[in-house]
Design a protein around this ligand. Structure first.
Ligand SMILES: Cc1cc2nc3c(=O)[nH]c(=O)nc-3n(C[C@H](O)[C@H](O)[C@H](O)COP(=O)(O)OP(=O)(O)OC[C@H]3O[C@@H](n4cnc5c(N)ncnc54)[C@H](O)[C@@H]3O)c2cc1C
Length: 500
């Protein structure tokens, strides 16, 4: 941006701030260097950019008024540009846009703004408004942390079932925007399966209701609430949600099975699914990740363990005891395993999942940074994909550790790195990621399992979708947000999004 354009933008941002001061207090408007620095990225270590300011509304009305104020200033910007069409300070001046932010745990750069962005944090919209144990539903403000909802409803033996590993921090709004999954989603479904209705603020600042927000029952209209799920903040801001609550299963059986190869572990996973069992979780951990968790959690594993499968069954106790017996006696018997631990003890179970969900924390003992990639292939292609990913990682001299929601073919290769010791490493990670994405598409996979496209993968959209398909998606986005001011720059490649 040229100096004169920067000066023009600053002038309009000051006007916006003056409008905002009419209804927001000082502590709700953060625009100091330190604030902008704190919000410059999400959990994606490779992307960062500072927005103009960060706003902390207390309720839906304030969100709506903020967006209305942005629209007022944008009209002035458009007039200014028309009146000064040949002047450099007007030529490249963009309108002001907004970016919703939950907890900033996103892994595709979705909550990152730019110089002309206002970050609208949902952190203060964090209330459970009500829940109905009879209809198994809850109405929440979308800044509510995922795990806090289940903590509130535990006494009724109900929970919000999507369980991303980040669930102690991430918000339900972020889950909705990314259609988040989690370890137990293979059986219980993704966020889209749990949303019945939404209150949203549109890009024009109107409050609208999608789906069955008031009634909580299905009917035959277009299901716009589920359509909104996965839109990554580009359709406006979700401020309240009516979500389903699921019964907490009566019993669990957790198995930790050690194998001497990934190939053997994934054959076992496929055999379990082919035999029509429906475990609630089927997780795979490779040798790189085993090295990290073994040291961090003092795990006692069989020597030569190269892959661990965590399998969990949930439901009626006698039924899952029978299922576990069948898995052991009819499936596992055909495989070379190094070790099997089976537990129904709650503390042991918690520990096993703490180790899996804490893999990322364990990486900290190996390197100060990690980059977690989201890749998907058909389940039968997991061994081939993991072999090739290892080759790509070796080619670019990267330290690799992979975990996978294997039942869904959803791989998470992690690159552990230290840019101080290896300044070129980030460029090599980008190159490796590019090759991994091409590999997954060749193997019949898709671009993302659960972390979204965001900034990270928007240029890869052309690997998978034709120009016509992208144009169609973009035209739908523009129905919700005609001026492209709600989280621009995300999802669509630059050649499709002319406004980005
Ligand atoms: C250690 C770790 C483990 C993870 N494990 C998983 C996992 O198992 N499964 C999984 O799916 N993800 C996982 N994630 C990714 C991340 O936690 C999820 O994508 C989560 O849903 C993001 O929620 P958030 O509140 O942090 O959203 P943010 O990062 O703040 O935002 C994410 C996107 O949502 C948009 N957004 C946020 N709130 C709203 C709203 N109210 N209305 C409209 N748009 C909004 C933002 O603009 C942005 O585009 C993990 C992340 C980490 C760091």
């Amino acid at each position: 941006m040229s100096v004169s354009t920067t000066i023009s933008l600053a002038k309009f941002l000051t006007k916006l701030k003056n409008l905002l001061k009419d209804f927001l207090s000082q502590d709700q408007i953060l625009d100091q260097e330190i604030d902008r620095f704190l919000y410059e990225t999400d959990a994606t270590s490779l992307f960062k950019n500072q927005a103009a300011m960060v706003l902390l509304p207390n309720n839906t009305n304030e969100v709506a008024k903020i967006i209305q104020a942005i629209n007022i200033i944008n009209l002035e910007i458009k007039e200014f540009k028309q009146e000064n069409i040949f002047k450099p300070e007007a030529k490249n001046l963009s309108t002001i846009n907004f970016v919703a932010r939950g907890a900033g745990t996103g892994l595709s750069g979705g909550a990152i703004g730019k110089e002309s962005s206002v970050i609208i944090s949902l952190a203060r919209l964090n209330k459970l408004i009500s829940y109905d144990a009879f209809n198994r539903t809850a109405v929440v403000e979308t800044g509510l942390v995922n795990a806090h909802l289940s903590a509130h409803t535990k006494s009724q033996k109900l929970h919000f079932s999507p369980d991303p590993s980040s669930q102690e921090a991430c918000t339900i709004g972020g889950n909705i925007a990314e259609n988040a999954g989690g370890i137990h989603c293979y059986k219980h479904g993704l966020t889209s399966d749990q949303v019945l209705g939404l209150e949203i603020v549109t890009a024009q600042g109107q409050i609208e209701y999608l789906g069955e927000f008031h009634a909580g029952f299905k009917n035959s209209r277009l299901d716009l609430a589920r359509f909104f799920v996965g839109s990554e903040g580009t359709f406006g801001i979700a401020t309240k949600a009516l979500v389903k609550l699921q019964p907490i299963p009566e019993s669990f059986i957790t198995m930790q099975i050690s194998f001497d190869s990934i190939a053997e572990a994934t054959k076992f996973i496929s055999a379990v699914i082919k035999a029509a069992f429906r475990p609630t979780a089927l997780e795979l951990i490779d040798s790189g990740a085993i090295e990290a968790v073994k040291a961090a959690y003092q795990l006692n594993l069989a020597p030569k363990t190269k892959a661990i499968v965590l399998l969990e069954l949930d439901g009626n106790n006698s039924e899952i005891v029978e299922e576990a017996k069948l898995i052991r006696e009819e499936i596992l018997i055909n495989f070379q395993i190094l070790d099997l631990k089976t537990t129904q003890d709650q503390n042991e179970r918690k520990f096993l999942w703490k180790v899996r969900k804490g893999t990322v924390a364990a990486f900290g003992q190996i390197a100060p940074f990690w980059y977690l990639y989201d890749a998907v292939v058909p389940r039968s292609k997991i061994p081939e994909a993991m072999r090739e990913i290892e080759k790509i990682s070796d080619k670019y001299k990267l330290k690799l550790a992979t975990v996978a929601h294997a039942a869904d073919g959803n791989l998470h290769p992690n690159f552990l790195y230290d840019p101080d010791k290896d300044p070129e490493v980030i460029e090599r990670i980008h190159q490796a990621s590019h090759e991994i994405m091409q590999l997954c598409i060749q193997l019949g996979g898709v671009l993302s399992g659960e972390h979204g496209i965001g900034l990270e993968k928007k240029e890869y959209m052309t690997f998978m979708f034709s120009s016509q398909e992208l144009e169609l998606m973009y035209s739908i986005r523009k129905i919700f947000d005609p001026d492209v001011i709600s989280n621009p720059d995300k999802i669509f490649p630059i050649r499709i999004c002319k406004e980005c």
